[in-house]
Design a protein around this ligand. Sequence first.
Ligand code: GDP
Length: 329
Amino acid sequence: MSWQFFLLDLTIIFRRETFQMNKDSVIYVAGHRGLVGGAIYRHLQKTGFTNLVTRTHSELDLTNQAAVYSFFSQIKPEYVFLAAAKVGGIHANDTCSGQFIRDNLLIQTNIIDAAYRSAAKKLLFLGSSCIYPKLSPQPIKEEYLLTGILEPTNEAYAIAKIAGIKMLESYRKQYGFNGISLMPTNLYGPGDNFDLQTSHVLPALIRKFHEAKLAGRPEVVVWGSGKPRREFLFSDDLADAAVFLMCNYAESGIINVGVGIDLSIAELAEIVGNVVGYQGKIIYDSTKPDGTPRKLLDISRLESLGWRARTSLPEGIARAYHWYLENKN
Ligand code: GDP
């Protein structure tokens, strides 16, 4: 082995050591009651991490800077999963853009700065595939960020998330703070929001088909033209990727997390209808917006690190439907 390779090996070992979470590290999961934070919390618990810290919204208002600073100075988390955010589907994003930009800017700014000031070892920030230009070439590579105009229905949310990405890049550059930014594709799974006005498409369709089946309705209304294409990642797979990247990724650049396959909303509706066992017709409401025509992430950066999603779409939908049946009341 040449001495250069020996040094490279040593560097990798040293970096792994530096970033490896110990089973008793103090880990704060912000947003542990949400779809993503809940999945990350369960994953950490299942894999033996014993020192997990959480706070409910009523215990800690993350938009309150003084409260967040006080919490961090007391707890001093070593690792932070920043999964707390105000999120919603196309209708909620479009109609409540003021709340989306305010809450997200406050939550992420408070947590990132408090983590840096209390000397956290590492922070993982969750963005979204909607940060990319509306008409981005497909599949979307990380470097397409800020190369075009955003989709108007989620511009406010996307700008808040881009601010979080740039804040972490700047904190790494100026202060050497170890923050990483993951860009997940559209997510779904247990603990999702099934409210028809504010949810994303997949939980909305599970609920619509289920209720139509029970009521014996002849048709289900799907918003838009059915033509937009989306990619869906099961929340437990995202949690697995998040813990993997917390341990194995420490770059300034953002990293996409997806499955590498997309489908049209019409195709998705067919699959959800089959899983739920709905026999009626699907009709399309063209008065509702389509949003971005296509959102498929290029996941080669993630794959080159050795990670792949495990859950197929029908399997994930069946698990999300099962959770809905158990928890809808
Ligand atoms: P987006 O990926 O940010 O556009 O978020 P959504 O998951 O809310 O919507 C994805 C696509 O599904 C859009 O083209 C919506 O118009 C379409 N869609 C079809 N039916 C529904 C529905 O019942 N709820 C939602 N949220 N979207 C729907």
